[in-house]
Design a protein around this ligand. Structure first.
Ligand code: DSN
Length: 425
């Protein structure tokens, strides 16, 4: 094959991917879809330029328009999240966490965070960014019944371990964490309170779920492409917590970054404007859809986590499929993919780590399907597709035809300046 043929093949696969994924029901809880305006910002002349440092104090010439965009972006994020500072430079959520660890802790310090098997992110772990900075991670005691951090035992752990930093948030995150209850205890021992909002940033922006900075958090780290519907990237939002602010800023640049990704920075800024305009409606509809899907899944006969707590307060619905097949999520997720439903298998808190490839759970997120205009009734249709594949064991290829037909109606990206709100059509 010639090099040109390789190039054609690559572009061809991208086209196939776009055609396929826009025909499927995407329920990956950590993804979303960007608006045409954000796409324009990303595929732009910002994508191959350098701008190290602060706006107006760059180490490179040629940044006068880049500076203007970054300054607008910072202002929009500070307004949206009512934070003293916003830094749009981190290029991912993990990169934002790394910067916070570097800026606010020293090697050898103790932090407390959620274990991956309870829904924590790999960056908190001894084998992840925390461990690479020689931090010792203690884990939040987890209450299986509440599907949340055990407040009393956690308070005891903070007092006993006297960590430098406590970290809330995670990747399996249906219910708000007890930030308010535990921040005061963290302050008693002089610990920073950090909140990883990667999954729920868009909900926080729209006034749903919880408000970490008002509940006692000093700093929010996040990715920008889950419920917050921006391009892949990261952000740090923080209060003015005194002299360590400079340490954090130094950790971001030049600590964990040289040049930031300017096109993604511009895309994040446009998304912040979208969320200031439409975020309230978007976040409210996400939570309504998640609840509607959970209820419909339970009615179809699935074991949905959190029934006594209304199933979910976020974009996530967690289903235990261990009674349907011995390989559980490891069986269900690929079968659903054949039927045009994309999601991921997930360990549930009580699963042993050896079950990582055959975990009990499926993690479902409704934020992307909400963005293309789906409402509560559409969630019932989705629950029924699940039943046809996993309970009735219909041929997934037959279900896929109906999924593609259903999904064809939802091709616009709403809650954006390009298409407005879905109900206005
Ligand atoms: N691993 C991602 C998730 O799916 O939650 C977060 O980085």
């Amino acid at each position: 094959m010639s090099y040109k043929e390789h190039k054609d093949k690559i572009l061809g696969f991208i086209e196939e991917h776009e055609k396929w994924r826009s025909s499927t029901i995407n329920l990956i809880a950590s993804e979303n879809i960007t608006s045409p305006s954000v796409n324009r910002a990303v595929v732009s002349g910002f994508m191959h330029k350098y701008a190290e440092g602060w706006p107006k104090q760059r180490y490179y010439q040629g940044c006068k328009y880049i500076d203007e965009v970054e300054l607008i972006g910072i202002e929009l994020f500070c307004t949206l999240f009512k934070s003293d500072f916003a830094d749009l430079r981190p290029i991912s959520g993990t990169n934002a966490n790394q910067a916070a660890f570097f800026g606010l802790t020293q090697p050898g310090d103790t932090i407390i965070a959620l274990h991956t098997s309870h829904g924590g992110h790999i960056s908190y772990m001894p084998f992840g960014s925390a461990g690479m900075h020689a931090l010792k991670t203690e884990f939040w005691p987890f209450d299986f019944d509440e599907f949340n951090i055990d407040v009393d035992k956690a308070a005891q752990l903070i007092r006993e371990k006297k960590p430098k930093l406590v970290l809330f948030g995670g990747s399996l995150f249906p219910f708000p964490h007890p930030v308010k209850e535990l921040s005061e205890v963290a302050k008693e021992v002089g610990a920073y309170v950090m909140y990883d909002a990667a999954h729920v940033l868009g909900l926080i922006a729209g006034g749903q779920f919880q408000d970490p900075l008002r509940e006692g958090a000093d700093i929010i780290t996040s990715s920008t492409h889950k419920t917050f519907p921006g391009p892949q990237g990261g952000v740090i939002l923080y209060k003015n917590f005194g002299e360590d602010v400079a340490k954090l800023q130094w950790a971001i640049f030049p600590g964990v970054l040289s040049n930031h990704h300017l096109h993604h920075m511009a895309g994040k800024a446009v998304t912040a404007a979208e969320m200031l305009e439409y975020g309230k409606e978007y976040a409210a509809q996400i939570v309504k859809n998640a609840k509607a899907l959970a209820e419909a899944m339970a009615e179809e006969g699935f074991k949905v986590i959190g029934e006594d707590k209304g199933y979910t307060k976020s974009h996530q619905v967690i289903v235990d499929v261990s009674d349907l097949h011995e390989a559980a999520g490891g069986w269900a997720a690929p079968l659903l993919e054949q039927a045009g439903i994309i999601l991921n298998k997930n360990l549930l808190p009580w699963d042993p780590l050896e079950k990582v490839n055959t975990p009990s759970g499926l993690r479902i997120g409704v934020q992307e399907m909400t963005r293309v205009g789906m409402m509560e009734d559409d969630m019932k249709e989705i629950a029924h597709f699940f039943k046809r594949v996993l309970i009735d064991r219909e041929d997934p290829k037959k279900v896929e035809k109906d999924v593609f037909e259903f999904r064809r109606q939802f091709q616009k990206v709403y809650y954006s300046f390009d298409y407005g709100l879905p109900m206005k059509e």
